[in-house]
Design a protein around this ligand. Structure first.
Ligand code: IDP
Length: 149
């Protein structure tokens, strides 16, 4: 079982795209185990995006992710890293395929709407960074047998 942290970034929230984006993730069959509206602090932004520190876009990235409320979502399941990344599309919306979230809703790399963990290790780490264990809810879905064999 993998976990993925998904963040609907401030532009997605401000543009009223929470519903359309969650609809796509939910319709794919993903199981949500945590979901909340949150204001990312500068400290948390530095932790989450630490790997990009020193890059030319880092200051802008921190200011972007802290610029307004975000919707933070944790999903769990087999292959969720790849499933979510392929639904989200390429980092740069200019290059993202139509049919992906970034390819359908975005036009600029600095406003690419959504974050998704890029490896199982980062998924575990990022979910733990944004959610306490009490905030993660696991339950059986009767529909699961119609989604996976
Ligand atoms: P990812 O979000 O698709 O995993 P990363 O390369 O990990 O992409 O970059 C993290 C985030 O940093 C991107 O989602 C985007 O918001 C921002 N970013 C990456 N490259 C650039 C850039 O060249 N200009 C502005 N922002 C960038």
């Amino acid at each position: 079982m993998e976990k993925s942290l998904i963040i609907l970034k401030p532009d997605a929230v401000q543009r009223g795209l929470i519903g359309p984006i969650l609809t796509r993730l939910e319709a794919r069959g993903l199981k949500f185990i945590g979901i909340k509206l949150s204001q990312v602090s500068s400290e948390l932004a530095h932790k989450h995006y630490g790997v990009h520190e020193g890059k030319p876009f880092f200051a802008g990235l921190v200011s972007y992710i802290t610029s307004g409320p975000v919707l933070v979502v944790a999903v769990e399941g087999k292959d969720v890293i790849e499933i979510v990344r392929s639904t989200v599309g390429a980092t740069n919306p200019v290059k993202a395929a139509p049919g992906t979230i970034r390819g359908d809703f975005g036009v600029n790399i600095g406003r690419n709407l959504i974050h998704a963990s890029d490896s199982p290790e980062n998924g575990e780490h990022e979910v733990a960074l944004f959610f306490s264990s009490e905030e993660l809810i696991r339950s059986e879905r009767s529909v699961d047998q119609w989604i996976t064999e």
